[in-house]
Write a protein that binds this ligand. Structure first.
Ligand SMILES: Cc1cc2nc3c(=O)[nH]c(=O)nc-3n(C[C@H](O)[C@H](O)[C@H](O)COP(=O)(O)O)c2cc1C
Length: 242
């Protein structure tokens, strides 16, 4: 059975002698940082993992965790998870690079957090300001029911301490790569998701990636239009049920 995906794969192929001769227009390069100037800012504490785990151990221990204890994670742990998944890790010649690689360093993925049970953080929806390593509070209140419903009713979204919701600002990557950008955008999100999974293990927390979601419902929760910016995947994090 052939469909949209097959056509997309075919039509976005690079082939010798058939490369798009696209000129970059630097004046139209999209901003790489989304910010909510009106939102209440929440400082994130600097955080180092309390005990060091080798990469080998983290790789061996990572698995999808879908059942959680009704326990909170700390704001420091959330801070580390945000930084480890997509935070700024170095600056070279004035350009900030992040913990996960990104095609063309264009960083199309935005991170939102539904905080269900994070110590000293009001329950609600937050946007991660990557540039300042702060949270921006977009909504307060219990969103467990809505976020689980948006994930096709997957209950782990309600029992996890936090749900990471990743959206893509498509134009950041399309500006350079045109339609081929869609390949890279999903790859970028996957890199961030795996960074989160390994960082969670290193803190003795559990996580599970979520691709099964109602796009419209997820977009409504984080307040994006689904056209310029749309949710691409999510992940839950919490204290695993022993
Ligand atoms: C892109 C992607 C989407 C996924 N979506 C879901 C999901 O919606 N619900 C779920 O329970 N697990 C989801 N998973 C987790 C996979 O089911 C899991 O990674 C797989 O069964 C392998 O098991 P492991 O992660 O424990 O090694 C997803 C994983 C990926 C990478």
């Amino acid at each position: 059975m052939k469909g949209t995906g097959d056509r997309f794969q075919h039509e976005t192929k690079y082939e010798p002698g058939r490369m798009p001769g696209h000129q970059l227009i630097w004046e139209t390069k999209p901003d790489l940082y989304k910010e909510y100037p009106e939102a209440l800012k929440v400082e994130l504490p600097s955080f180092e993992p309390s005990r060091t785990m080798s990469l080998d151990q983290a790789l061996k221990q990572r698995k999808s965790v879908r059942e959680f204890q009704p326990k909170s994670i700390s704001k420091g742990q959330l801070s580390y998870l945000l930084w480890a998944s997509t935070g700024i890790q170095r600056v070279e010649e004035g350009y900030a690079f992040r913990t996960a690689p990104s095609a063309g360093a264009l960083y199309p993925i935005e991170t939102y957090v539904v905080a269900n049970n994070v110590r000293t953080l009001e329950a609600g929806l937050y946007h991660y300001s990557i540039r300042t390593h702060q949270l921006e509070q977009l909504q307060s209140g219990d969103l467990r029911r809505q976020i689980a419903a948006a994930a096709l009713g997957q209950g782990m979204c309600a029992t996890a301490s936090a749900v990471f919701v990743w959206s893509a600002v498509f134009e950041r990557c399309k500006w350079k790569y045109g339609q081929r950008a869609y390949r890279y955008i999903y790859l970028d999100a996957g890199h961030i998701a795996e960074n989160l999974a390994l960082a969670a293990v290193s803190l003795n927390l559990g996580s599970c990636a979520i691709g099964a979601l109602y796009d419209g419902q997820a977009n409504t929760i984080v307040g994006v239009d689904g056209v310029e910016e749309s949710v691409v995947c999510m992940a839950v994090v919490g204290v695993p049920l022993l």
